[in-house]
Design a protein around this ligand. Structure first.
Ligand SMILES: [Zn+2]
Length: 404
């Protein structure tokens, strides 16, 4: 079987590691993740890498070489009911590029470490980049007290998974000079498809922030509480959801989303007393993003005040826009050109582990066309031909870095 075909098959095979039968849901430090780590560990070893798992739960495969180290990687966790390629494709393509060197009996003038990150999506704990932050040395120890929906802390989840939460500091990169971090990822957008191109070179990753907002009204009997005497938290929340859409739609390049909503007590015959929702705001211009989030939080406060409802807001995360390094952008571009493809440069609206890794070293990313630009959805799809281009480009990048 050809290497590109193997990569596709591996992504499909990983789909079996899931918490939900018939769907892909692979949260941080879960049994599904343990299953994925076992498979990926085998593939890494097959490609000539020494494999270990760190405390946060990242899998690290090292292909020895002289002196410095080039880091490659992506994530193995997923959103709920995910596609097969968001994350795993980048890991599988990186392993394939190393496999090619291994099969040829070659070593480069630098070592390669493939990082399969434990948490990028933040499905279980609502916090992003736990895995890559640990490697970059920016893991916030206060995060250990975060709890999942079952009240399990990150600390306990790490312990149950076999890591030592008191030694997350030890996960920080300590292997000497790093050449950079490169990540292959599906585009998750429509640009490459619309331009009929297999891959694109990423120039920047748009900044984003997440908030949790709680509207607290008063639960009451749906049959006996007159309409003018209600303090309905869900109605307040729904007005806010519409305001978010309206504001983002009227600002160029802005995207804002309420993707989670929990209604309490959540019964058909009870006026909703409390609603907690998520707010996600992104823009490639950090100043515009900050202005937007300030405005939207003010709007939420006004809606609450107007309706006599309590409000609590809590910022969950903030990541500034990250620029890919000129050196890696131009090397990726050269690799794409060398393989006979036109070069398109694009910004990423989605966050990636490269954001966290930029605290450690310079970063570069290659996007792979995905069908219909669809992602975070079981319909996620890539072609074997495009995967072949991605492996070739990454292999060519390794050659170019080795020559320089
Ligand atoms: Zn991803």
């Amino acid at each position: 079987m050809t290497l590109p075909r193997i990569v596709i098959e591996r992504c499909q095979y990983l789909a079996r590691c899931s918490e939900e039968p018939g769907a892909i849901t692979r949260p941080f430090a879960s049994e599904a993740m343990r299953c994925a780590n076992e498979l990926v560990g085998d593939w890494m070893r097959e490609a000539g890498m020494a494999v270990r798992r760190d405390n946060i739960g990242n899998l690290r495969g090292r292909f020895e070489g002289a002196g410095e180290t080039l880091l490659l990687g992506s994530h193995l966790d997923s959103v709920r009911d995910a596609g097969k390629y968001d994350g795993p494709l980048g890991v599988a393509v990186a392993i394939a590029a190393v496999q090619r060197l291994h099969d040829a009996g070659r070593r480069l003038p630098f070592a390669i470490e493939v990082l399969a990150f434990a948490d990028e999506e933040g499905l279980r704990f609502g916090s992003t980049y736990l895995g890559s932050r640990a490697v970059a040395g920016t893991f916030d120890l206060a995060d250990l007290d975060r709890v999942d929906a079952d009240g399990v802390t990150i600390r306990d989840a790490i312990r149950a998974f076999g890591g030592d939460p008191e030694r997350i500091d030890g996960d920080k990169w300590s292997g000497g000079r790093v050449l950079g971090y490169c990540e292959v990822h599906i585009e998750q957008g429509p640009i490459l498809e619309s331009r009929d191109l297999p891959v694109g070179v990423v120039t920047a990753i748009a900044g984003q922030e997440r908030h949790r907002i709680t509207f607290t009204g008063e639960a009451a009997h749906a049959g006996t509480t007159p309409m003018d005497q209600r303090r309905d938290a869900l109605v307040a929340a729904s007005v806010f959801v519409q305001a978010v859409e309206g504001y983002a739609s009227s600002t160029d390049g802005m995207v804002a989303t309420v993707g989670q909503l929990s209604v309490r007590p959540g019964a058909a015959n009870v006026v909703p007393g409390e609603v907690t929702l998520s707010l996600d705001v992104r823009h490639a211009d950090d100043a515009l993003r900050l202005m937007a989030s300030r405005h939207l939080l003010d709007v939420a406060a006004e809606i609450a005040k107007h309706r006599g409802i309590g409000i609590k807001t809590n910022q969950i995360s903030e990541d500034a826009t990250v620029s890919c390094s000129r050196r890696l952008v131009s090397t990726f571009s050269q690799a794409v050109r060398d393989l006979g493809h036109p070069v398109v440069e694009l910004a990423s609206g989605a966050g990636h582990d490269a954001v966290a890794m930029s605290a450690l070293t310079e970063v570069g990313m290659l996007f792979v066309r995905c069908k219909g630009g669809i992602s975070h959805n079981p319909a996620e799809s890539v072609t074997t031909d495009d995967v072949a281009v991605a492996i070739d480009v990454l292999s060519r990048l390794l050659e170019l870095l080795a020559e320089s």
